[in-house]
Design a binder for this molecule. Structure first.
Ligand SMILES: O=C(O)CCC(=O)C(=O)O
Ligand SMILES: [Fe+2]
Length: 178
């Protein structure tokens, strides 16, 4: 949480916002009932050699995270890939002691596309040894408070103002059509 707040402040200062704590303040309810920030551990079971893989088999499908910012801790197995602006994917090769910072969709809306949400997926490691090991990652999905309003910080109307909980409902609907 402390690290997220430091990064939120750095982002706001980098964007030269009038209020450098704008993003920090929109996450103040993080421990309460009106904030859906989540810490999730993700376990990918080992893939033994006798398992038949489909062509282009992946461990986690292509997506961007819907919140403001995700801090992602991965082990040394690898497989995470990030999409570049030209549409190709590059490996986010694990670096010991590092954390991956992914911008989420709500931050992209908030900053009128100045910060772009990172499309990513988890593929199968090429090395047999790594494939046969399980993979563990931990994601800290930051989401602004339900009652905050995400509106373009540059004063434009590129995206209509939206509450994070309404945005989540809209995303669920788009994904599952329920
Ligand atoms: O396990 C990973 O490295 C990524 C997981 C992920 O992207 C997600 O859960 O949103
Ligand atoms: Fe993700």
């Amino acid at each position: 949480m402390e690290l997220s707040n430091r990064l939120f402040e750095v982002m706001a200062r980098g964007l030269q916002l009038e209020d450098p704590l704008l993003f920090v303040n929109a996450h103040k309810g993080i421990k309460g009932p009106d904030n859906t920030t989540t810490l999730r551990t993700l376990y990918y079971p080992p893939i033994s050699q006798d398992i038949e893989l489909k062509p282009n088999q992946i461990r986690c499908g292509e997506h961007s995270d819907y919140g403001s910012m995700t801090l992602l801790f991965q082990d040394d197995i690898g497989g995470l890939e990030i999409q570049c602006l030209d549409g190709s994917f590059i490996d986010a090769t694990p670096i010991d002691g590092s954390i991956i910072v992914n911008i989420g969709d709500l931050m992209q809306r908030w900053t009128s596309d100045k910060l772009v949400s990172a499309v990513h997926k988890v593929g199968i490691p090429k090395s047999i040894k790594k494939r046969e090991s399980s993979r563990q990652s931990i994601a800290f999905f930051n989401v602004p408070d339900n009652f905050s309003v995400v509106m373009c910080v540059d004063g434009s109307d590129k995206y209509p103002a939206i509450r994070p909980d309404d945005y989540l409902k809209h995303k669920f609907y788009e994904t599952f059509k329920i």
